[in-house]
Design a protein around this ligand. Structure first.
Ligand code: FAD
Length: 472
């Protein structure tokens, strides 16, 4: 008997319930598939450029880590509904295990694959591990899903999460497996990581595309800021308390390198589990309670985003508040491009967009300001900005990105009232009073004229909101 573990957004070996259970079954083979959506649109959202780069590097590390445990990691590309059963059959697997994923289009696909594997006589287990609370485990008194964060957080944090698991033990290599793996390679089903093309191909966004960058470009920019992979992630876990200490004072200051943890790409790609993070901060007696509480609350914003995503199919394009279907956005390629390139003439917005382009990451405060400026001052559809972030963020997350964009645009479940438009100038004065962040990304060149008048464009945004209310 052989167990196949299908890795997806869980590129780690510690606290990995599916891998631990598989090790208990007997010999294990692992696989990662670069997935294409099928004709019904089922499957995960195709990775954007920056996340592809991260995944490639992270998979190199995972390959080595699994190898050291005696577990081969295979790579494939295509529709998972075709590829996964082929590989399972080719290996003679009797059990398939994976960590659950929660976007409706992925869940539906997984259910179909499970049924197909059952028909082939295999046992299939889907495990938790990516979230602290399964999205269906908490509901309101009226037995509905939560639409507001605070009551969600009160209910969700009561859920026991259990202890994080250690990495599994080394397995004795099963030499009879290698001819079967060779057979899958010869048939072209299993490929080298490099042949998956994660580092090339065209982007998914409008305008300039992150994926069109050359490898040299990546090495000189985004790659200088990060070390993807679960090994480096564990080192960061060791330093977590340091970043959380003082969080209440520093979390909103974009110039402060250690003001937040920058663990979002680790969570996105599953190099660390949220349970490992929760445990690390819970076990440090020196952390001030208010910092710990404030940080854990943010961790539960991620849980909330997945709770909403699970219950709202199509969050990346469909507003959670249906009245926003008729919002009178004014799509304009030039305006979108100016924003993407950090050429709006509004310093905090431009600094943020350049930090994103250069590093694949942007500070949360500035994400809110840049998103508000695009959707309100420039009246561009929120899903255009969401798509750009999707293509350029190393932490681009199906739930966090879409839900946060909807929140800023005013059409999300728990959105602030539409008329609360961020003023990027006031935000700059409050959160970057010394101009350290703006100077870091814009240099000391003279400031340009803003492409729109902030007051006037705010008024137009409010007028547009009134138009929507009349239409709906
Ligand atoms: P910390 O402050 O150290 O927080 C720890 C962890 O909690 C984060 O790594 C993240 O997983 C989670 N978290 C923190 N804030 C939020 C939040 N507001 N919503 C959900 N989870 C949160 N986050 C992503 O992970 N991926 C995205 O694609 C993404 N897109 C965003 C788009 C917009 C327009 C906005 C306003 C926010 C977006 N966020 C996204 C949320 C947030 O900005 C990032 O999670 C955060 O900046 C990551 O930095 P950090 O790891 O240092 O966070």
């Amino acid at each position: 008997p052989v167990t196949l573990v299908w890795f997806r957004d869980d590129l780690r070996i510690t606290d990995h319930p599916a891998l631990t259970a598989a090790r208990g079954d007997g010999p294990v083979v692992a696989v990662w598939i670069r997935e294409e959506r099928d004709d019904d649109g089922l499957g995960p959202r195709p990775l954007g450029g920056a996340a592809r780069w991260w995944a490639h590097r992270s998979l190199e590390v995972l390959h080595g880590e699994l190898e050291a445990l005696g577990i081969p990691l295979l790579f494939a590309a295509g529709r998972a509904a075709d590829v996964l059963p082929q590989i399972a059959r080719g290996l003679g697997a009797d059990t398939v295990r994976w960590s659950r994923r929660y976007a409706p289009a992925s869940r539906e696909l997984d259910a179909r694959i499970k049924a197909a594997l059952h028909r082939d006589g295999m046992t299939v287990h889907s495990h938790p591990g990516s979230l602290l609370v399964e999205p269906w485990q908490v509901s309101t008194g009226a037995n509905e899903h939560y639409k507001v964060f605070t009551p969600f957080w009160k209910a969700a944090r009561e859920f026991p999460t259990g202890e994080a698991l250690l990495a599994p033990q080394l397995q004795t290599p099963r030499h009879d497996l290698y001819p079967r793996i060779d057979g899958l390679c010869d048939a072209g089903v299993v490929k080298d990581l490099d042949a998956l093309g994660l580092l090339d191909g065209t982007g998914t966004g409008q305008g300039e595309s992150a994926a069109a960058r050359t490898p040299r470009w990546w090495a000189d920019t985004v790659a200088r800021h990060w070390t993807p992979g679960c090994a480096a992630a564990l080192d960061e876990l060791g330093n977590l308390s340091h970043a959380v200490d003082g969080y209440t004072d520093t979390r909103d200051l974009p110039a402060d390198r250690h003001g937040t943890t920058r663990l979002s790409p680790r969570l996105r790609h599953g190099e660390l589990s949220p349970r490992q993070l929760l445990q690390a901060v819970a076990q440090d007696p020196h952390l001030p309670d208010d910092d710990r509480e404030a940080w854990v609350r943010q961790l539960y914003w991620r849980e909330f985003a997945w709770h909403l995503t699970y219950h709202h199919p199509g969050v990346e394009s469909r507003p959670m508040r249906p009245e926003f279907e008729v919002f009178p956005y004014e799509p304009d390629d030039d305006a979108l491009r100016a924003w993407q390139r950090g050429r709006t003439g509004v310093p905090l917005v431009d600094a943020g967009m350049r930090q994103l382009w250069q590093t694949g990451w942007m500070h949360n405060r500035v994400r809110m300001v840049t998103a508000s400026f695009l959707t309100k001052n420039l009246l561009q559809p929120w899903w255009h900005g969401e798509q750009w972030f999707w293509d350029t963020l190393v932490d681009a997350d199906e739930a966090n990105n879409a839900v946060s964009w909807q929140w800023v645009a005013g059409c999300g479940a728990d959105a602030a009232p539409y008329f609360r438009v961020f003023n990027p100038q006031t935000q700059r004065e409050r959160f970057d009073p010394q101009d350290a962040y703006v100077r870091e990304w814009l240099g000391s060149q003279p400031e340009e004229e803003p492409m729109v008048d902030l007051k006037e464009s705010r008024r137009q945004a409010l007028d547009a909101y009134d138009v929507m209310k009349h239409r709906s």
